[in-house]
Design a protein around this ligand. Sequence first.
Ligand code: NG6
Ligand code: CA
Length: 512
Amino acid sequence: MKHFSPLWSLIPGAALIAGCGSQPKDKTSEHSPQKPNVVYLIADDLGIGDLSCYGATKVSTPNIDRLAGQGMQFTNAYATSSTSTPSRFGLLTGMYPWRQKNTGIAPGNSELIIDTACVTMADMFKEEGYATAAVGKWHLGLGPKGGTDFNRRIKPNTQDIGFDYEYIIPATVDRVPCVFVENGHVVGLDPNDPITVSYDHKVGDWPTGLENPELVKMKPSQGHNNTIINGIPRIGWMTGGKFALWTDEDIADVITDKAKNFITAHKDEPFFLYMGTQDVHVPRVPHPRFAGKSGLGVRGDVILQLDWTVGEIMHTLDSLGIADNTIFVFCSDNGPVIDDGYQDRARELLNGHTPMKHYRGGKYSAFDAGTRIPFIVRWPGGIKPGKQQALFSMIDVYASLAALLDYPLKAGTAPDSRDQLNNFLGTDTAGCDYIVQQNLDNTLSIIEGDWKYIEPSDKPALEYWTQTEMGNAPQPQLYNLSVDPSEKDNVADAHPEKIEALSALLEKVKGA
Ligand code: NG6
Ligand code: CA
């Protein structure tokens, strides 16, 4: 099958009638097919080795496995960056995050870092007549320059960059404020108990991990010693908003419910749901029904919780009869990390489980485990299930979906995103020419064919807190991933011509 643009309209029978027992979903659909819905579910710090469909044997993820079995499972897919904020920025804007300042890991009171003038992926869907929502982990900042005031309507919020509805965790679960924001308002905020947040100094008199370590139920291993919320010391200080504080054990239930409600409310029109789970980021706090169930400690338990979330969304689509015409993308934002700041015994309880598989490094790194991610696309009406080994980067999702919708990307919109629709749908196995990734220190690497080049960097070889190998080295590095997927053997000296070609290509991309 070649590029069937606009694909969704050319496969009405497949999209609306065949497979999985779905019913035509709206009154007009029998005659005029409806554009496919898109659910984009991005997990946090999930490794390619964390799922049984990618070979994990110590933990079982039946729902994600089923999604993979019914869709296209990518084995060579990458995030643009090895941390959350830049990775998500790249996905939603189609622009490499390293082109813009201030796209590093955002604090919980960061301003909205996506310019409201930017045409985001959500804007595209909105223009195409979709109902749009952002649910769960956000981590791209909120509010104006100078930081977020959580006590009034927060503007700009995700609704200023294309989302009709938001129900979000502002940053990460280890950062204050530990509250949900719904359409610009902190959920459950008592106006007589306003929220103050700082990332510079202590505010208010709530205990901190540093001053009152005896009060914590989960001890930090690195950082994470500021305000204690629900017995867990966080990054940053907050006070106020007592009734608005989330309950960590319930976060998966809350955001899954919001996502299901959004899907149900919009079942009769095309919708785009962008959902970020807090799982499997630290602090890992499973609901009691998952606690202790994996045998691998809390990190394994929240993998089960994540799998449950995916199952709930799949079940919702099935029960509404819209699964066939819904493109369900599942992926991670960056590679895995085992100890990311709390003494949760994740390492001791690994029991042979390998979140990084055989890849080097991990979250934060320029080595492959930093950005190599599980990536699954299911669309029963439009994709034949299979495995996709082609090289793929999340930066290309935006332009690929634009091609699917026949949406004209104006100059300057999604400038780094390339139409890889055939790759995305699995109808082409050639893959894209090259992909570029970024580590925590902004060291860039480029993969073309079998070869990976990491540019020289004077940054530390190990990440300070986690001791992750960063892939930073003063000399250029070159790896042949086809014979050396673990990046053990730097063959730069043997292939000066490759170094020259790849560094030139990287410079060209930088200058584009
Ligand atoms: C780091 C935090 C880590 C995590 C990360 C962001 C410390 C010592 N480490 O600075 O725990 O929060 O930032 O992760 O504070 S991300 O997946 O959202 O990018
Ligand atoms: Ca992350």
